[in-house]
Design a protein around this ligand. Sequence first.
Ligand SMILES: [Zn+2]
Length: 142
Amino acid sequence: MKLWGGNLEKKDIFVQMDELDIRVGAIHTELGALKQKVKELLEDNKRLSEENDQLRQLFKREAELDRKVVSASAPAKRKIAEAGHESPAVSTDALTESGVAIGEGHDNLTRLYHEGFHICNVYYGHLRTEGDCLFCLSFLNK
Ligand SMILES: [Zn+2]
């Protein structure tokens, strides 16, 4: 009776160990997935921090540039307005739209690209992590 009972107990322990083994395996798999997730989040965080730093610097430079453009263009606009005999307001606006604005926009994009950002419509605004981008370059050469 004792031996039989002992065998049954042994069998139970092996079953329990097998079950535990399976559970530990599942936990191990889950832990691995979590580790991978944390790694991805840390990489994302690093990338976003870099992107944020570059954008901060860019905005700072952009704001400084805007101040210079405003102070430099204000007297020029007045001169043009004085020179124009018919509707000076319209001619000033037209110049800003057709001449200055478009060239400036292209310059801004070129600068943005050289700051390390995508300007192509595929990855626009993202940090360029793998050197030159063919989409961006084809856009710049237009
Ligand atoms: Zn690109």
